[in-house]
Write a protein that binds this ligand. Structure first.
Ligand SMILES: Nc1nc2c(ncn2[C@@H]2O[C@H](COP(=O)(O)OP(=O)(O)OP(=O)(O)O)[C@@H](O)[C@H]2O)c(=O)[nH]1
Ligand SMILES: [Mg+2]
Length: 386
């Protein structure tokens, strides 16, 4: 699964990517630091089934850290979008093409009001209204999508006439790389005309759900804005990417014990200098105590589990041993959309399983059918003829 970090310049996209992945990326306090997209692997984190089943697991496609299952997801941090990017302002919006495959987006928004929509600093006595950035960003993504559709619609119209097939079918084929299906297009067509700008907005909402990370929530000026943002918009999570990065790096260097999403950390080294102690103290008081966590892991989890409605399932080769054929217990955790059937899961695990599919066995060794809708945390043996 690929997820995108998008937003206006200087909002903290690269800081968030680094905090989630510890990838070596450039961060700086000026706009357009990132020009080429950065891709790295982060993790969504959920309780591991090993706890519930009281077994020791040997994860293969994921990790288990202290009873939490870390499932890898690809993250892409792109350049900043500015108002008018679709007309070529700033770095334009062509770089969004890298996000065609993204299932969802985190809008990294500078909630402090100390950066304007061009990424320039604003004085504290004349702050920027961060809420305006939401419209700016959505508009630029819609224009990008609109551009892709416009480029294809005339050609496809002619081809559809020639082949005597509905144009929406051909468009769906063209847009399938964007995660847009023929059904999405049909339902959007009921609300808006194919050539209209509104059509692109509807498709964007279907294919690229957005979670808003109200970043720089550690700065005092963000407090006032957070309330307003949450009041007017769903799916807003306050974050401090800078704090998360500091904690992840301190943990990496053995200075503290901290896991992403935690509400506290423990100092385990006596080699901290005064500056480090002060910084950690600030994070404890101004971020963790106030927000409950840095919000960064919560934002990623919430995008995947709440916004995109993914669940976690554990296919195994033997339900009795809870293992794969090599004896690895709970080897793989798969992210699948809510409503996925057992047959669809078989197809995702292996094409042979799908072709020779028979059914499945649940934890109680009861048979389950092809159309069984998987539940979050299900451990299941897929039966197929060999
Ligand atoms: N106070 C505070 N500063 C932050 C936070 N996250 C990022 N920053 C700072 O904001 C500035 C911009 O961070 P970047 O991660 O480079 O921002 P970006 O969105 O990738 O910027 P572009 O690539 O230029 O679009 C840097 O000085 C960061 O240290 C945060 O949570 N709190
Ligand atoms: Mg950047």
């Amino acid at each position: 699964m690929l997820l995108g970090l998008v937003g206006l310049p200087n909002s903290g996209k690269s800081t968030m990517l680094k905090a989630l992945t510890l990838a070596d990326v450039q961060i700086a306090n000026y706009p357009f630091t990132t020009i080429e997209a950065n891709q790295a692997v982060g993790y969504v984190i959920t309780g591991c089934a090993c706890r519930r089943l009281d077994v020791t697991c040997n994860p293969q496609n994921s990790k288990c850290v202290g009873g939490s299952r870390w499932i890898p997801v690809k993250l892409l941090d792109v350049a900043g979008l500015v108002p008018g990017a679709h007309e070529g302002k700033g770095l334009g919006n062509q770089f969004l093409d890298d996000l065609r495959q993204a299932s969802g987006l985190i809008h990294v928004l500078d909630s402090s009001g100390l950066t304007d929509s061009e990424g320039k600093q604003r004085p504290a006595d004349n702050p920027w209204n961060p809420e305006d950035n939401i419209e700016v960003l959505e508009n630029e993504i819609d224009e990008w999508l609109f551009g892709i559709i416009q480029k294809n619609v005339e050609k496809l119209g002619k081809l559809a006439e020639l082949k005597k097939v509905p144009v929406e079918r051909l468009l769906a084929e063209k847009l399938s790389g964007l995660g847009i299906t023929e059904d999405d297009i049909k339902s959007a067509l009921k609300k808006a005309a194919l050539e209209s700008r509104e059509f692109s907005t509807i498709l964007r909402m279907e294919s690229k759900p957005i979670l808003i990370a109200a970043n720089k929530a550690d700065l005092p000026s963000s407090e006032r804005n957070l309330g307003k943002l949450k009041e007017k918009h769903e799916h807003v999570i306050p974050t401090s990417a800078e704090s998360e990065l500091a904690l992840r790096e301190a943990a990496e260097h053995g200075l503290i014990e901290y896991a992403p999403g935690d509400s506290e950390f423990r100092i385990v080294s006596d080699e901290l200098n005064e500056k480090q102690e002060k910084a950690l103290d600030f994070i404890r008081k101004s971020v963790l105590k106030k927000l409950g966590s840095t919000g960064v892991q919560r934002a990623l989890n919430s995008l995947v589990f709440d916004r995109l409605e993914y669940i976690v399932v554990y296919p195994v080769a033997s339900i009795g041993r809870l293992s794969d054929t090599k004896g690895n217990v709970l080897p793989d955790a798969h992210l699948v959309r809510k409503g996925t059937t057992l047959r669809e899961l078989a197809g995702k695990v292996h094409s042979v399983m799908a072709d020779k599919f028979i059914g499945g066995l649940d934890l109680g060794k009861k048979k389950v059918g092809a159309e069984y809708k998987l539940k979050d945390g299900d451990v299941i043996e897929v039966l197929f003829s060999r």
